[in-house]
Design a protein around this ligand. Structure first.
Ligand code: ARG
Length: 463
């Protein structure tokens, strides 16, 4: 960059500088400054490798490595002046390095290109996000497990079609979310393992004629190996897409849970009380306590899905290898990652702090003839009716209870026997909600003992 022409970056080839609009559409520094730490780490690894392979002198490499740390501390300390004319974080860092260490800075770009540089920086950034999501999911699972353990035998209604279906336990319901977030966790880990190949040294697209050591830089940056094909290495954004896909599924789970919390905390349900810390009031209605955090989690998914679709669309028509379209990857992923992390943290806080209203759960569990299936099963098990007939007899009893405005256990034995003569006193044992849930001992069922087993299993798995 010794050239004195009006083009700061490409003065050799270009006589004129870019139009202001060109600069505005082209520059990414406004957002890719978030990659500063990764950019410096990548450059420091590259400089060390250039020295180890004899491509640059030890002295120059040392100056570069030291100077890069100074650049980073300026950025982190807020004293760095970012330049739009220098387009992106890579050029901004390199230009500042030149101010600080002079000529040796010009050797840093030997055997690499911004194409492999940006792929490396962005991968390092996404990898950090996967690690952060991993930790946040573990914490969230632990909060759900704590709820499940406390309420392994608290009965509540289970729903299908949001209509009362059968009694279940609070612990069972909480552990359903542990299964969902646990799958998210395993997807995060899969994605991390798959993406951990280093693009650095792929150079612009074809590799380089310098005797670089890509294994050395890969290892220095914590990658498992260098990416095996230079064309693919610079044009692959699967890692970003996979992050967004994993994030989308996770956000969908968060949104479903958030929806339940909105419903459960309503005056009509009163299944849970959310803590003041995770609720808001109303500016006009003094009595209100609103589940805003849950609502916002439910809404965040829009951005995350959107980012996934947006980047898929950017990538779908690109020929190999790098195209500038790919610069549009970062803002989508940054926004999705920021909002996913916020949603995970907010959900963890809400779950940790919420109080289940056990009495309301119990009353609701017994409503809507929720033990009708238990009655039908009893008719099969005790008097030996075929299930279809048992279903019909139970339906008749439900209609009778409905006409009388009572629940199934409130029907007298005489009333029941008027529908089927084989019904006896022991039927009442299965009509209570505690007996109902305690009887569902099949593997994965809602019985408190089964729930406690799952709590134990997850505690061991999460360590
Ligand atoms: N700012 C660019 C990006 O984010 C860096 C790579 C530029 N490469 C190029 N050949 N213009 O993608």
């Amino acid at each position: 960059m010794t050239d004195k022409s009006s083009n700061q970056m490409w003065g050799g080839r270009f006589a004129a500088g870019p139009d202001a609009i060109m600069e505005a559409i082209n520059a990414s520094i406004g957002f890719d400054k978030r990659l500063a730490a990764q950019d410096v780490a990548g450059s420091r690894a590259h400089a060390a490798m250039l020295a180890a392979t004899g491509i640059v002198s030890d002295k120059d490499a040392e100056a570069m490595r030291e100077g890069l740390l100074t650049v980073l501390s300026e950025i982190e300390g807020g004293t760095f002046t970012f330049s739009t004319a220098l387009e992106d974080i890579h050029m901004n860092v390199e230009a500042r390095l030149k101010d600080i260490i002079g000529a040796p800075a010009g050797r840093l770009h030997t055997g690499r290109s911004r194409n492999d540089q940006v792929a490396t920086d962005f991968k390092l950034w996404v990898r950090d996000q996967l690690d952060a999501a991993d930790a946040a999911l573990v914490t969230l699972c632990r909060a759900c497990i704590a709820q499940a353990e406390a309420g392994a035998d608290w009965v509540m209604p289970g729903f299908t079609h949001l209509q009362v279906a059968q009694p279940v336990t609070w612990g069972h319901h909480m552990m359903a979310y542990v299964e969902m977030f646990g799958r998210d966790l395993s997807r995060v880990r899969d994605a991390r393992a798959r993406m951990n190949e280093c693009p650095l040294g792929a150079a612009a697209l074809a590799g380089t004629s310098f005797p670089i050591d890509r294994h050395m830089t890969a290892e220095a940056l914590g990658f498992d190996r260098p990416a095996a094909n230079s064309l693919d290495a610079v044009s692959d954004r699967d890692f970003a897409l996979e992050f967004l896909s994993v994030a989308s599924i996770c956000a969908m789970h968060l949104s479903r849970f958030a929806e339940e919390l909105v419903i459960w905390s309503s005056a009509q349900f009163r299944f849970v009380s959310l803590s003041d810390r995770f609720s808001t009031g109303s500016s006009i209605m003094p009595q209100k306590k609103n589940p805003d955090a849950a609502e916002l989690i439910r809404a965040k998914i829009g951005r995350i899905f959107g980012a996934n679709v947006a980047l898929m669309t950017v990538m779908k028509g690109l020929p190999l290898a790098y195209s500038k379209d790919m610069q549009e990857d970062k803002e989508q992923v940054f926004d999705a990652a920021d909002n996913l992390m916020l949603a995970l943290a907010a959900m963890e806080g809400m779950v940790r702090d919420m109080t289940a209203n056990r009495d309301n759960l119990r009353v609701a569990a017994a409503s809507g003839f929720s033990t009708a299936t238990d009655l039908a099963d009893w008719l099969v098990r005790v008097p030996g009716l075929p299930f279809r007939e048992a279903h019909h007899v139970t339906g008749t009893l439900v209609a009778m209870a409905e006409a009388r405005g009572c629940d199934l256990p409130d029907l007298s034995l005489e009333e029941m026997q008027s529908v089927h003569g084989d019904i006896n006193e022991s039927v009442y044992d299965v009509l209570g909600v505690d007996n109902s849930v305690a009887s569902r001992t099949s593997y994965g069922g809602t019985a408190p003992d089964r729930v406690r087993e799952q709590v134990q299993r997850w505690k061991e798995m999460l360590g």
